[in-house]
Design a protein around this ligand. Structure first.
Ligand code: EPZ
Length: 417
């Protein structure tokens, strides 16, 4: 397994291009199942999670070609509406194929995703919503078996789940009649998926608000669609710039996709400059503490919590971080404390007391965003060397991150074990 070797202390300076959004590309790839003709996605990021979804779609019979920037998917050949455990367990987003499969073929057999490092991550809202649309749901040896002709209905989500919103919105495109979904997620990735589905012939309105209306149609056709920029990758690079007392600009990034986050950067004293398609953040003179509570969009994104915690380990003062979206998303704390941070966790709240500096150390990545936090901490540590083990976690969501950080002045290299 590869590891990242980092010698910190260099302020990151310069510009970096943001890639297409992983959390938009994955549901959009699943939406190819709904298209009777090929769907082409542009600006697809080269990530392990994208390869995993591509492998799952191919297993079902979708023919795909990926050039490393755009992907063409033809689902005419789907003969096997089944997603096996060995593929789904590797990536929870595989579960997003359930809605499109049952909408197009009237049946699907998809493995339950199981939990992961950040929580049990149930799919009860996905299943309750599909039942409301007339689907018969049963469990068989760890698999969800879904069957039935979908009919429009009203359904209120218990929690604004991103995945459940995407599953139900995709399923409703082929349900007969009108569907109203309440208390839905409002993330930009939901809007991007709705934009693509409507171009394919769907009739969706309200995406991005807390209520989505869908009028079912008889079929959907393939189109060309450009994946939105990855707001979490953009935020991660901006945090790295501020945390190293540098000056970083993220190119082709959308500030309107980071409302709750950019305000916090300003609050801690970073200089934040927003232009048409780029965002710059600098903190050459350090920054102060603040309190963070993660919320569904447009609140502070849970996917930037770990990276922001790393940043706040060396802020002036103490910060209180509350994680309200996932039940176990402080996996980075123990490793940050081994690097000299001073963090106490009490349930879903972490108290981060600012220290004067971190020290390099060998650390273990546990999940995608925690591993990004450990890389940032390594970049911050002016003494010693940080070796981040199990970097396959980071490769799931960041393309060639060591090359792109090195281009900003970081002393970082990937070493094959
Ligand atoms: C999506 O995951 C993202 N993944 C996650 O990004 C992101 O953290 C999350 O949304 C929240 O923004 C993709 O889009 C591929 P949820 P998802 O359903 O859909 C509970 C990353 O780092 N819940 O919004 O799985 C659930 O347990 C990843 O890029 C239920 O209880 O998240 C969690 O506590 C990590 N029942 C909360 O809702 C359900 O049926 C939010 O989960 C579904 C969810």
């Amino acid at each position: 397994m590869d590891k990242m070797i980092i010698r910190g202390g260099n302020p990151l300076k310069g510009s970096v291009h943001v890639r297409g959004a992983k959390n938009a590309a994955l549901p959009l790839m699943a939406a190819s199942i709904l298209a009777e003709t090929p769907l082409t996605l542009h600006n697809v990021p080269c990530l392990h999670d994208v390869f995993s979804m591509d492998k799952l779609l191919s297993f079902m019979g979708v023919h795909s070609e990926f050039t490393g920037r755009y992907m063409v998917m033809d689902s005419a050949g789907v003969v096997n509406p089944e997603a096996p455990y060995e593929l789904v367990r590797k990536m929870r987003a595989s579960f997003f194929v359930l809605g499109p499969l049952v909408a197009r073929f009237g049946r699907a057999r998809v493995s339950l995703p199981g939990g992961c490092a950040i929580g049990t991550r149930p799919v009860d809202i996905h299943l309750k919503g599909l039942e409301a649309l007339g689907c018969d749901i049963s469990l068989d040896e760890g698999y969800v078996v879904a069957e039935g002709k979908l009919t429009g209905a009203s359904f209120t989500l218990d929690f604004p789940s991103v995945g459940a919103t995407e599953t139900l919105m995709m399923a409703a495109t082929r349900a007969e009649g009108l569907t109203r979904l309440y208390n839905v997620a409002r993330e930009p990735e939901i809007e991007d998926l709705a934009l693509c589905l409507n171009a394919m012939g769907a009739q969706i309105s309200g995406a991005g608000s807390d209520m989505i209306t869908v009028v079912g149609v008889d079929n959907l056709k393939g189109v060309e669609h450009e994946v939105i920029p990855d707001r979490i990758e953009a935020g991660t690079f901006l945090i790295a710039g501020v945390a190293t007392h540098g000056d970083v600009t993220v190119l082709n990034a959308r500030a309107d996709h980071l409302p709750g986050f950019l305000e916090k950067l300003q609050e801690i004293g970073a200089e934040v400059e927003v232009r048409q398609d780029r965002i710059r953040a600098a903190a050459v003179n350090g920054y102060s503490a603040t309190d963070i509570t993660t919320r569904p969009y447009p609140g502070f994104p849970t996917d930037l919590q770990a990276q922001t915690m790393a940043l706040l380990t060396c802020a002036e003062g103490a910060s209180l971080i509350k994680e309200t979206v996932f039940e176990n998303r402080f996996m980075q704390v123990a490793e940050l404390n081994r690097m000299g941070a001073d963090i106490d966790v009490d349930g879903s709240t972490a108290l981060v007391r600012g220290v004067s500096g971190l020290m390099g150390a060998p650390v273990m990545a546990s999940d995608l965003r925690a591993s990004a936090a450990l890389v940032i901490a390594g970049l911050m540590a002016p003494q010693g060397e940080t070796a981040v083990q199990r970097v396959y976690h980071i490769d799931r969501g960041y393309e060639r991150i060591e090359e792109r950080l090195a281009a900003l002045g970081a002393n970082i290299e990937r070493r094959r074990n």
